[in-house]
Write a protein that binds this ligand. Structure first.
Ligand code: TRP
Length: 478
């Protein structure tokens, strides 16, 4: 069955690059380290890894398969597949929630990618070289001031946000299979090599092993009591929910990004093998980023729980100190922005594909419309770091009382919409789709051992896991 108006990837490798391009991005290098830092290290990492293995991998296979079977935008794919499985047309809502989640995520993603862009000229001009001649305490003040003055200025942030959104729209205009394929084949390996260079540097820092211990020593107290003060400790499921949400976010799951890339997959490709490669690559990049950043944190007496600014306050120190630091630093932030770029594309492509299929939009119109909408929403994030930093829209709810617009959009998407999206995909595939169809799409047999594990995970473990984490987060078990 192939009734698609869309073109396809030129090869299996092209799909792997595109899906890895979607998965690897700010989530790995910016978000994973700072969340690990905020939730106290090892326990967060282990819950994250469990979620990746037990939910992420099976759901990614399911999501690719839905796309490959549906051959359309997530909304229309779900419509077709629901009809095929004789299920309610309400399943289209899954596609809809994905479109909304994608636009919401891209709105803050673009602003943060703008920060990475803003650091490119700072490194290229050697702004961080002077830390070599500073005592440690001054280094921290300097690094803090650099970041804080960037985000304090809304005009600056808007300019970089605009540049990033324009670049994203440019690729979307060309169709993701064209421009993107070529760019990614050199970009992903380059980013990986640069990370390895940074790991080598991190190993020479004085406290590399402290970082390793922080990331891999499992201490559940840090995760379960994130808000401990000297006088009170309150048990909270937030950390576990955050780890699960991060697994979905990092793997680009639960909103149709991977589904729409699956829709462009050539017929004969092995889904199991390609997704496994994507999941491994994504996880590896996150772990490497963590090792680098926590080595710098502990070697310079910085705070692991610094929050969203962590990567911007640690890596510049490394680039200030290491040989050829300005060169590597410039390259690094360019590559980070590029990695964000290839992720951003997958956040908006499902919506673009739907407008083209259903609303007779041309690519240009669809791209402009969605791009401008996302750009406007992005202003909420821009202002969350300066003029609206004190505005807490949900101040009347204790759990959300101190959250800014940015915090809320991040929470709503990562911790709620993506896991719910993944949950419903798992239910649809493992409970409602015909087994013959699944076998045909996976080019597999239900007798195969790997197939049976996958089916079991998807049918029982994923729904149970997502369900338990949600119940835990709303405080049922405490
Ligand atoms: N996975 C990307 C990252 O880690 C972000 C991303 C791209 C994403 N597409 C997505 C997240 C779809 C959720 C859903 O940076």
């Amino acid at each position: 069955m192939n009734t698609s108006i869309h073109s396809q990837w030129s090869s299996k490798l092209a799909f792997i690059f595109a899906a890895t391009g979607s998965a690897v991005g700010l989530g790995n290098i910016w978000k994973f380290p700072y969340m690990t830092g905020e939730y106290g290290g090892g326990a967060f990492v282990i819950v994250y890894l469990l979620c990746v293995a037990l939910m992420g991998l099976p759901i990614m296979m399911a999501e690719v398969m839905l796309g490959k079977r549906g051959r359309n935008s997530p909304i229309n794919s779900m419509k077709i597949l629901a009809a095929e499985a004789k299920q309610s047309q309400w399943w289209q809502l899954l596609g809809w929630s994905g479109v909304v989640a994608g636009i919401l995520i891209l709105s803050f993603y673009s602003v943060v990618a703008g920060w990475a862009l803003a650091y490119v000229p700072k490194l290229a001009t050697g702004e961080f070289l002077i830390i070599n001649s500073m005592p440690l305490a001054e280094v921290q003040t300097f690094i803090d001031a650099t970041f804080n003055s960037l985000v304090a200025n809304p005009y600056n942030l808007i300019i970089w946000h605009t540049i990033f959104m324009s670049l994203t729209m440019l690729i979307i205009l060309g169709g993701v299979q064209g421009g993107l394929e070529r760019a990614l084949t050199f970009m992903m390996p380059a980013l990986f090599v640069l990370l390895l260079i940074l790991v080598a540097y991190a190993m020479t820092t004085s406290n590399f092993m402290d970082g390793v211990h922080f990331m891999f020593d499992i201490n559940f107290n840090n995760l379960l009591y994130p808000n401990c003060t000297a006088t009170s400790c309150e048990l909270s499921g937030d950390g576990i929910l955050a780890a699960m949400g991060q697994a979905f976010f990092s793997l680009s799951l639960g909103m149709g990004a991977i589904m729409v890339y699956g829709a462009y997959l050539p017929d004969k490709t092995s889904i199991a093998q390609t997704t496994a490669i994507v999941v491994i690559a994504d996880t590896l990049v996150a772990i490497l980023a963590g090792l680098i950043i926590f080595a710098i944190v502990f070697s310079n007496g910085l705070e692991p729980g610094a929050g969203v600014s962590l990567v911007f306050k640690t890596l510049p120190i490394a680039f200030g100190q290491m040989p050829f630091g300005s060169l590597f630093g410039t390259l690094f932030f360019i590559l980070l922005a590029l990695a964000a770029w290839s992720s951003a594309i997958s956040l908006i492509e499902p919506a673009v594909a739907w407008l083209i299929e259903t609303k007779r939009f041309k690519r240009l119109g669809a791209t402009l419309f969605l791009g401008i909408l996302t750009w406007l929403l992005g202003l909420l994030t821009v202002f969350s770091f300066n003029i609206w930093s004190e505005i807490n829209p949900l101040f009347m709810f204790p759990n959300f009382a101190d959250k800014t617009f940015f915090d809320l959009i991040d929470y709503l998407t990562s911790s709620i919409m993506l896991p719910l999206g993944g949950l419903f995909m798992a239910i649809f595939v493992a409970w409602l789709m015909k087994k013959q169809i699944i076998e045909a799409e996976l080019n597999g047999s239900s007798k195969h051992f790997g197939y049976r594990i996958w089916y079991f995970l998807l049918r029982y473990i994923t729904p149970l896991g997502v369900g338990l984490v949600f119940l835990n987060a709303i405080g049922i078990f405490s």
